[in-house]
Design a protein around this ligand. Structure first.
Ligand code: TC6
Length: 299
């Protein structure tokens, strides 16, 4: 929390909708000074380039960037701060350690805990999604490794996805493979990107798409050599930022609001639903078996 306090103190005052005219003034100012602000907390590294208004957020939660309650809390706080920063117009989301973008929700948070804990955890998952999917910033996922389940969801929340061209890396909502069900807002996020038919099949099968397949089905927008993922994200970002902020933001909101409203209006019911599902003995058993399989595969 001390790190987060320090993080808070270095941020500019809050503002929600950012206007392009304002930004172009600020850009001129920053180009003269070219300041890069670096800051980090336990699990997230951020570099905000004030000249371009682009923040690179690197997830750093070894070994696999799983989305634990702590991670999700820090992620949402960091995102909120960037959102409120008038100098930040774009976000590139990536992993600090190549090979794994994110292993998705931390399965240990969903195993052998109290109903209260599950409720708190699920609220944090919702919060991450609402903030990332509803962001006013241009968001680009620089997917430098595998990205199952919640990791795929994070990437799908972004406006554009660039993935490392390596067939060993796969992305998808594989929940059914664990014996669990992706909730309606995971489904909607995927469906808004690749359409209903691909989503229906992929979700039922819990399909993980190797990078070339992910491109073929539109799950990612572009494949580039591994070493070019970041630089490509930066140049795509520069193109997106040529569009006036207010027009782009209103358009984004118009496209996504119906989807976010569905969860906003049903948050408590969704938490209740998750808790009653995850506390079932059969579901707990499935998750334990899955974790055991992961361990054995490692051995
Ligand atoms: C309704 C709910 C919706 C649910 C949404 C979700 O996101 S559900 C989530 C669905 N997610 C998945 O199905 C992803 C499952 N994970 C994988 O497929 C692979 O781990 C990998 C491809 C991400 C990395 O392969 P790799 O060969 O580089 O690494 P490795 O395999 O050797 O793992 C290293 C260590 O990390 C551990 N650990 C791994 N993932 C998780 C996790 N999510 N959580 C916690 N722990 C996890 C693993 O057990 C091992 O621990 P150990 O033995 O050292 O104590």
């Amino acid at each position: 929390m001390a790190a987060l306090g320090a993080l808070r103190s270095c941020w500019a005052p809050a503002r929600l909708l950012t206007g392009s005219a304002h930004h172009s003034n600020r850009l001129v100012l920053c180009q003269q000074t070219s300041i890069k602000r670096h800051f980090s907390n336990n699990k997230i590294l951020v570099e905000l380039d004030e000249a371009t208004g682009v923040a690179v957020m690197k997830m750093k939660n070894p070994p696999v960037n799983s989305l634990s309650l702590d991670f999700l809390t820090e992620f949402s706080i960091t995102l909120e701060k960037l959102e409120m920063d008038r100098g930040c117009r774009g976000l590139i989301l990536t992993s600090a350690s190549p090979k794994i973008f994110s292993a998705g929700l931390d399965i240990m948070e969903m195993c052998g805990k109290s109903a209260e804990h599950y409720g708190e955890f699920w609220r944090a998952v919702q919060e991450m999604w609402l903030k990332l999917y509803g962001s006013n910033m241009v968001t680009i996922a620089a997917i430098n490794g595998s990205s199952p389940a919640g990791g795929c969801l994070m990437a799908l929340c972004c406006d554009y996805r660039i993935m490392a061209d390596n067939p060993k890396y796969a992305i998808g909502l594989n929940e059914t493979q664990l014996g669990i069900v992706a909730p309606f807002w995971f489904k909607d996020t995927m469906s808004n990107v690749v359409g209903n038919r691909v989503t229906e099949q992929a979700l039922q099968l819990g399909q993980m798409f190797p990078a070339p397949e992910a491109l073929k089905f539109g799950l990612v927008d572009q494949l580039v050599p591994e070493e070019k993922v970041q630089s490509t994200a930066a140049s795509v970002m520069a193109q997106w930022l040529t569009v006036p902020d207010h027009a782009r933001q209103i358009t984004k909101s118009m496209m996504r609001k119906q989807t976010t409203d569905k969860l906003v209006n049903n948050r408590e019911a969704d938490i209740k639903n998750f808790v009653s599902f995850i506390t079932r003995d059969s579901i707990q058993k499935s998750l334990q078996v899955y974790m055991e399989r992961l361990r054995q595969r490692k051995q």
